[in-house]
Ligand binder design. Structure first.
Ligand code: GLN
Length: 487
């Protein structure tokens, strides 16, 4: 039998519907691959028996002609998305044994569309980080290696487990969440597609909150088409999330392969600082050339407040995190370390339950929200956020999409960038503005560095223009002919 784990859902679905393979064949191959790729530490918890049972059920549906849009789609779910009865840890000790009694709306929708959950994937603790190094369960490993070198590389983060398993062929697709870049950055470093939707397009209900005004779930897949199929099923209004948009989700696949002739692509000069990695700059130029070849018009633009976006993000995100994480007090959820008094119980539980990065964010967050500091930091950051948003509004008067690198570097070695938190925060320099402005963006793999590591480019669009992003991403995908692992 052909290697089913190497196929996209588009290709697989044809085989499933023509009954030349069964969902049980597919899931069996993925389960085998999950076992082979254990050293990637992509999964925190695996649910392979349940997945195989569901595969049998999916085959019955296909037999009876009632296949749903994602019937038999093997899916990995980032471990900050609750799934009823499945351990959900946010890769934190404080939730190490938490079994949620409900399912996040985005997961429920994908399950209702026929997706089969293989397991829960590793992340930086509470999605705070860019490497999965802050996970209580140890880092995930990037399936890519530097040519001729055996050193383990990080997969990026915080959705590092999700990207590693999709790139390493141990899941067909995965759910990630992106607060400041956590879908796009790991997707770029692992050579897969990562889509961060418009804020409010996908429900946040049942997703463990990090920074509520920034968090957004989205798909990580190997092809643009698969991303469009998954997003279509997971998106849409949810009355259980007060920030969920009322919006009719279009069929994104219609945008794939549509001509971009005459459309305008903005190239923001602030994303090309003097010291930009030369290979990433060269791949950016190459992608610009592909856009020109396809008939698009290229325009230089400016997003003047870009340099303030990262500092503003690292005030707003920790501020919201400090509030969201106040609920982990040893009383209602997860870990409880008994103490002599109620305050002592809180302190002991949180001291033992949270890792260093989470504590750092809580401290920063409570500081910037404290009286006397609130105006200087939090309110000022909110004003910057508005300026960053206004920059995009101005830009979209002139261009249809913005094209920029997703990351400023390729995957780094496990152990690098960990002593200085600021070095890690710089990982997000090209991604956070999009989240501050609530806009959609998609990262697509374009090629390999000289060392043999994947490089990704992102398209950033106006709010609710996911279709346009899929249209541009599919043009790049065609031009790049990027070969993932096993392709
Ligand atoms: N790396 C960023 C941070 O540490 C973004 C994380 C995310 O998008 N969840 O906050």
């Amino acid at each position: 039998m052909t290697d089913l784990v190497a196929l996209s859902y588009g290709a697989l679905r044809q085989k499933l519907l023509s009954k030349s393979v069964t969902v049980q064949d597919v899931v069996t191959q993925y389960v085998r691959r999950m076992a082979q790729t254990q050293p990637l530490n992509a999964f925190v918890t695996e649910y392979t028996d349940q997945a195989l049972n569901q595969a049998a059920e999916a085959d019955r549906r296909i037999q009876s002609g009632t296949a749903r849009p994602l019937e038999g789609f093997p899916l990995a779910v980032k471990d900050n998305c609750c799934v009823e009865g499945m351990r959900t840890t946010a890769s934190s000790k404080i939730l190490e044994n938490f079994i949620p009694p409900y399912t996040a709306t985005v997961v429920k929708r994908l399950q209702d569309a026929g997706a089969i959950v293989l397991g829960k994937t590793n992340l930086d603790e509470f999605a705070m980080g860019s490497s999965t190094i802050t996970s209580h369960f140890g880092p995930s490993i990037n399936p890519w290696k530097i040519k001729g070198d055996t050193a383990d590389l990080i997969p990026g983060g915080s959705s590092g487990g999700s990207s590693a398993c999709v790139a390493g062929l141990s899941s067909l697709g995965a759910l990630g969440t992106d607060t400041g870049g956590s879908i796009r950055q790991p997707a770029a470093l692992c050579g897969v597609v990562g889509m961060k939707p418009t804020y409010g397009l996908c429900s946040r209900y049942g997703i463990i909150a990090f920074a509520s005004s920034l968090d957004q779930a989205g798909p990580i897949t190997r092809t643009v088409e698969d991303a469009s199929l998954v997003l279509r099923e997971m998106a849409g209004h949810d009355p259980k999330d007060s920030t969920s948009l009322v919006y009719t989700v279009p069929d994104y696949t219609k945008a794939l392969g549509q001509s971009i002739k005459g459309m305008k692509v903005g190239i923001p000069k602030e994303y090309r600082p003097a010291g930009l990695n030369a290979e990433i700059a060269a791949w950016w130029d190459k992608t610009i050339q592909w856009m020109k070849d396809a008939g698009a018009e290229i325009l230089d633009i400016s997003l003047p407040h870009t340099k303030y976006a990262l500092p503003a993000y690292y005030i707003i995100a920790p501020a919201e995190a400090s509030s969201n994480l106040a609920r982990y007090d040893g009383v209602r959820y997860g870990l409880r370390v008994p103490g002599g008094s109620l305050d002592d119980l809180y302190a002991k539980t949180r001291t033992e339950g949270f890792g260093d990065e989470v504590k750092r964010r809580i401290l920063i967050g409570t500081y910037v929200l404290s009286s006397g500091k609130y105006e200087d930091y939090y309110l000022r950051a909110q004003r910057v956020r508005q300026r960053v948003t206004d920059d995009f509004t101005q830009a979209y008067k002139k261009v249809d999409v913005i094209l920029a690198p997703t990351t400023a570097n390729t995957a780094f070695k496990v152990g690098e960038n960990i002593t200085d938190p600021l070095a890690m925060y710089l990982q997000d320099v090209f991604t956070v503005s999009t989240n501050l402005a609530g806009l959609p963006a998609i990262s697509v793999p374009v090629g390999l560095s000289n060392e043999g590591l994947p490089i990704g480019m992102q398209f950033i669009g106006p709010a609710l223009q996911e279709e346009r992003l899929f249209q541009f991403a599919s043009v790049v995908e065609q031009a790049a002919q990027f070969k993932g692992i096993g392709q």
